[in-house]
Write a protein of this length. Structure first.
Length: 395
């Protein structure tokens, strides 16, 4: 099953002295297997220079970023008025499955890959320089959690691009902004095609049609057609978010235990579920008429029924939850927010299916995936139980 939940990228960081950073640069410059790019613009006021180190081998699944700092900042001064030398750093960005040589650009990784990943990372670091040390000397700066929804696996008779039209009308939580880019010759920024992308300083949330993304950015990757029916929802936890998550994880003795918790199925699902429900929502998609009928069948008091029906009308009129909220304030806005929560609790997404589609119902992708996974796990457990009974009888 291509549908999967886990992570697809992580970033590790290691502090370096100025001497170590200079030695690494010399090593990279001599190594024919890598190439170097930098952001140095020649400014005498530029405190730090960042060097990107990539591999000439395509799709390696590993890259490095060296931060060279000529003049340590004041906060690194210590009591004796000497300067702490570890003002430079090296970051490693890892795509686990690609680094392990699996040629899998679609399915996410999980904790079971960690042991092999550590071994391969240590081998690659050792090939370059002993300064890079081993995996457990690093700290974790970023994890990209994700879930892949394969519409064929989930038996949803729809194309991803059609689903994305509904997803693009989702909510935008407080402190997030929608990423937009220039398209065509209009000189106006618009949301990306077949994607819904939100960001702030600590978290990026992205939902997109995987096939379209690969065709646009990595058209030569193998098995690209396997991604045709896949919608990916990902939560990129940047440094601030990752640091907060680590502080909240109390029961660990070392970095190995910490990373095991950070990559566990339980934490992956918690992060994905939390942000999915905050943006795309808890409910299923209905046509406007079908959603109205379901609300009226619940036998709410008249005030609540009218409030929920009004919320559907507003979201439909403005073609999106956030857009509807942006036209309101005061009590009207509070009523809409309250109604969105109420609709989710009865399984209705405020975004409704356009009448011209001729479709009355589409399931919530995350809820469908989790239900299918739970059913598959129960089926496997029952099969394993019966197999053990059979083996015992044979013995």
């Amino acid at each position: 099953m291509v549908s999967s939940l886990g992570y697809h990228t992580m970033e590790l960081s290691l502090k370096l002295t100025v001497d170590e950073a200079l030695q690494l640069m010399q090593t990279f410059e001599k190594n024919k297997d890598v190439y170097i790019k930098n952001n140095h613009n020649g400014s005498v006021y530029q405190r730090s220079v960042y060097y990107y180190i990539g591999y000439r081998q395509p799709y390696k699944g590993l890259s490095w970023t060296l931060r060279y700092c000529k003049h340590p900042p004041e906060y690194m001064q210590i009591v004796s008025h000497k300067v702490e030398d570890r003002c430079c750093s090296i970051k490693a960005r890892i795509n686990p499955k690609i680094l392990l040589g699996l040629d899998d650009y679609i399915a996410s990784a999980d904790r079971t890959y960690l042991k092999d990943l550590i071994a391969v990372f240590n081998q690659e670091a050792k090939k370059l320089s002993p300064i890079l040390k081993d995996f457990f000397c690093y700290s974790i700066n970023r994890i990209d959690y994700c879930v892949n929804f394969d519409l064929e696996d989930l038996r949803i008779g729809l194309y991803p691009a059609d689903y994305m039209v509904l997803i693009q009308q989702a909510d935008i939580p407080n402190h997030f902004i929608e990423h937009k880019e220039y398209q065509g010759t209009t000189h106006r920024k618009k949301p990306g095609l077949n994607s819904f992308y939100l960001k702030n300083n600590s978290v990026h949330i992205n939902c997109y049609w995987k096939y379209y993304q690969l065709q646009t950015q990595f058209p030569s990757v193998p098995y690209i057609d396997d991604s045709f029916y896949i919608i990916r929802f990902e939560v990129q936890c940047l440094y601030l978010k990752t640091h907060l998550m680590q502080k909240q994880i109390k029961d660990y003795d070392n970095f190995e235990n910490l990373i095991s918790v950070m990559l566990s199925d339980e934490l992956c699902q918690k992060v994905i579920t939390g942000y999915y429900y905050k943006t795309i929502g808890r409910g299923d998609y209905y046509s406007l008429d079908a959603a109205r009928k379901k609300i009226k069948s619940m036998n709410f008091n008249q005030n609540k029924e009218d409030r929920l029906l009004k919320a559907l009308k507003l979201v439909n009129l403005h073609r999106g939850i956030f857009k509807a909220k942006s036209h309101l304030q005061g009590k009207e806005l509070a009523d809409l927010k309250r109604s969105i929560i109420d609709l989710g609790e009865i399984g209705i997404n405020p975004v409704t299916i356009p009448r011209e589609r001729g479709i009355k119902f589409l399931p919530n992708l995350l809820n469908t995936y989790l239900a299918n996974r739970e059913a598959a796990e129960k089926e496997f457990a029952e099969y394993y139980k019966q197999d053990k009974i059979s083996q015992t009888q044979i013995g």
